[in-house]
Design a protein around this ligand. Sequence first.
Ligand code: OAD
Length: 251
Amino acid sequence: MPHAELSELLAQSRRPAVLTGAGMSAESGITTFRDALTGLWQRFNAEELASPEAFRRDPELVWGWYEWRRMGVLRAQPNPGHLALERLGKRFPNLPIITQNVDDLHERAGSTQVLHLHGSLHRPRCASCGTGYSLTVGIPSEPEGGRRLAPPRCDRCGGLVRPGVVWFGEALPEPAWRQAEQAVRDCDLLLVVGTSGIVWPAAGLPMRAKQGGARLVQVNPHASALDPVADLNFRHPASALEWLLGSSGLA
Ligand code: OAD
């Protein structure tokens, strides 16, 4: 039975790693990108919102949309899945959590080794000179999809401040990507939670882990592109990590 197999895999593992996607935060109330009906890219046009060209064309539209998302994250709380991974990190103190998520829910759950492949909603920077910009913590509520909002100006050069996320057509942040590659090279078990597994280069990490001899365990309530690669597939939401890992005595 797969659950017993998971306990065994975890008991044998010396160097696990974790890869998470939008599904990890779904039960915290953060919308995924591609889930039918609810996914952000089902309801909003990625081309208008998630590229450097989009920001150049209409910075107010883009900034307002990302501020709406940031406010959603500020209101959200880590879910039992985030908390279970934090407990797993106590058992494996250098547990790398590679995430495609731009929220900070792993950190707020207490995880420390979090590698953000797609940046963060909380770390905007100047679109011209790259200097980081400190945002005020909260606008209490934003209309669905946000409202047009002028981006702040950089304190250093006066350029427009942009969201600190990776957009389509942009490179991943070099240090995070390098460390993620290293983590999947080193791991003997990769736990993949809540990603459709179709956005590259992150989508290539599970196969790299496999090629290095790691076992692959996936937690996702729906089919994903990673199903054929996974050794164990748990068709469960991320919150099930609480009992999946808990009953293995690991979290
Ligand atoms: P997707 O929206 O593509 O996929 C979300 C996955 O989460 C799907 O496989 C769902 O089945 C699964 N899911 C839904 N609810 C879940 C739950 N409660 N527990 C666990 N899994 C659940 O999101 P990502 O794979 O993260 O990139 O998307 C990758 C990238 O595409 C994002 O980082 C973003 C997006 O465009 C950029 O913005 C650069």
